[in-house]
Design a protein around this ligand. Sequence first.
Ligand code: SF4
Ligand code: SF4
Length: 215
Amino acid sequence: MTEELEKKFAYWHGIDRTKIPWYPTIDADKCIGCKLCFVSCGRNVFDFDMEENKAVVSKKFNCLVGCSTCATICPAGAISFPNKEMVHEIEREEKVLAKIQKEAKKKKVKMDIEKARKEVMDVLSKIKTKLNYEIAGNIYESDLFSKIHDEIMNCNIDIVDIHVESPSLKESWDMKAPSIAKFTVVSTKMEDISACAKLIDETIERSGNVLISKK
Ligand code: SF4
Ligand code: SF4
């Protein structure tokens, strides 16, 4: 019976997974039915035949190319894999190392964003004071956030939770349609941030935007 491929495992760095013969083979004579491989494999490559008391490979193409953990942990030495040189050859032929540069770049950006998000959450958990702002105007064109950033450089405050609502990018840039920006000014060090908030209020006014609410 042809194995039904799980979508998420159908390709390995763009290569049809069925073209890579990397998966475990079980020597049924050696298998002692301990179920370690069945329980340990996170990709459900194995099923377990209760009647025969043997592990069976049921979804071979779910196996992670290059992984051989189950063979390492099998106490009976019943699991084997092809020679890893076969994987290296496919890597060379399909220029996998060149392809993964893009994947690595995306992964790094995602990890950096995740790290920054955690740092922000950490800051949020220590907040002493916060002020929610809502403003309207030509947010992009007026370069508002860059100006606010320069003004508050020496204040013990930061701005989090920034949301800009615009009709569309073209409407905002080409037709000068106003946008609404919402953000929260926070401080983990000061109870009274009125002096810093004043700098923000003045910057909003100077940039031609309108302060709708501050609370
Ligand atoms: S780990 Fe080895 S001995 Fe245990 S069930 Fe799997 S194949 Fe059999
Ligand atoms: S090598 Fe890894 S992914 Fe493949 S079957 Fe064994 S434990 Fe699962």
